[in-house]
Design a protein around this ligand. Structure first.
Ligand code: B12
Length: 208
């Protein structure tokens, strides 16, 4: 684990900002910084699972990561491509789940890559996803979930899209730290993206 991930997982808030400010000043790629923060957050999750950390540390780590993202956002937006809008993407965290840091990164990167993003927020019921697909005609729906007990909510969204007769019109991509290919199969989504960059590349391909 790198120095940044280590500092983040140890809740050394000031140290985290020092390292990031230095990396930004040295021209580091913001995506590499995000990747290392992800490693740190996974460690936080492990420490939580094993009972070393409590919910207060989860909240604290999220606060630190949000401040980190406010430092990185201008750089991510700076990756902006010129030219016309590539297409619309609807994104949201499914019902029962309020994790949104990863989803927000995906939304920022999509906007930076020229997509119009309709971000429905967190704890989004399936009807709201269905309505958004109907109203916007977006060809892509991105679902985020970080809790294994919210996978059924992802499946519900896919089923609600089918029931509304929209399944052929929209590609559904799922993501979130513990999501994998098995979860994709369970939910009936079209694709699973292991990280934001892979997700953005899928969106580019779908709209190409
Ligand atoms: C921070 C955090 C919180 C914060 C979230 C704050 C916020 N605003 O998001 C708070 C404190 C609220 C929280 C609460 C809980 N949490 Co929590 N949390 C985390 C933690 C430590 C980090 C999550 C994070 O932000 N990671 C950083 C981001 C950048 O990564 P990411 O979300 O994975 O996103 C990346 C990719 O996955 C991808 N991506 C994400 N979504 C999407 C969507 C699409 C379409 C695409 C293409 C890509 C994509 O892009 C991102 C960049 O590459 C994780 C640990 C972990 N391993 O992730 C636990 C974790 C997710 N939490 C967990 C738990 C259990 C909970 C609680 C139930 C705890 C409790 N007892 O109350 C509650 C549930 C609240 C709820 N109903 O949602 C467990 C889930 C276990 C499981 N598999 O079910 C984890 C894994 C910790 C653990 N190991 O136990 N949590």
């Amino acid at each position: 684990m790198g120095e940044l991930a280590h500092a983040l997982s140890n809740m050394e808030e000031k140290r985290v900002y020092e390292i990031i400010d230095k990396q930004i000043a040295e021209g580091a790629n913001p995506m590499d910084i995000i990747q290392e923060c992800n490693d740190g957050m996974i460690r936080v999750g492990e420490l939580f699972s094993e009972g070393t950390y409590f919910i207060s540390q989860l909240i604290y780590s999220a606060e630190i990561l949000k401040k980190v993202m406010s430092k990185l956002d201008p750089l991510l937006s700076g990756l902006k491509v010129s030219g016309s809008v590539r297409g619309k993407v609807i994104i949201g965290t499914v019902k029962g789940d309020i994790h949104d840091i990863g989803k927000n990164i995906v939304a920022t990167l999509l906007r930076g890559s020229g997509f119009e993003v309709i971000d429905l927020g967190v704890d989004v019921p399936s009807e709201k996803f269905v309505d958004a697909v109907k109203e916007t005609n977006a060809k892509i729906l991105g679902l985020s979930a970080l809790l294994n007990f919210t996978y059924p909510a992802m499946k519900e969204v896919v089923e609600a899209i089918s029931a509304a007769g929209l399944r052929e019109k929209v590609k559904i991509i799922i993501g979130g730290a513990p999501v994998n290919e098995q979860v994709r199969e369970f939910t009936g989504a079209d694709h699973y993206a292991k990280d934001a960059v892979e997700g953005i590349n899928m969106c580019k391909e779908i709209y190409s």
